[in-house]
Design a protein around this ligand. Structure first.
Ligand code: FES
Length: 104
């Protein structure tokens, strides 16, 4: 397992792109919950955050691709608006243990 950080390293209701080895990931923290997806938009397979910063809505419930405005449900990764509607972000398995986030 690979440690990617502690939950406190991720600001609440933000989804930030990180790189771990050859993996491009998108990590969302919402309260005590963490969500990890591949940082690869189903529309073009490019990252969601070419301009940097968080791609989460202020309440952390949605993720927005900065390229062509696709909208994803944060909990499921399902695209509910934009050019890849009906497709999904790819979830990445992880374990949250004592606040530390490990890729499985
Ligand atoms: S690359 Fe994400 S909406 Fe086009």
């Amino acid at each position: 397992m690979s440690l990617i950080g502690n939950i406190e390293d991720f600001a609440d209701c933000t989804a930030t792109g990180i790189v771990v080895g050859s993996l491009r990931l998108l990590v969302l923290r919402r309260g005590g919950d963490i969500f990890v997806y591949q940082n690869s938009c189903p529309h073009t397979r490019e990252s969601l955050d070419p301009t940097g910063g968080s791609v989460a809505s202020p309440d952390g419930l949605l993720l927005h691709c900065q390229r062509h405005a696709a909208v994803f449900v944060a909990d499921t990764g399902e695209c509910v608006g934009g050019p890849c509607q009906g497709e999904r972000l790819t979830p990445v398995a992880f374990t949250l243990s004592n606040g530390d986030v490990y890729l499985d």
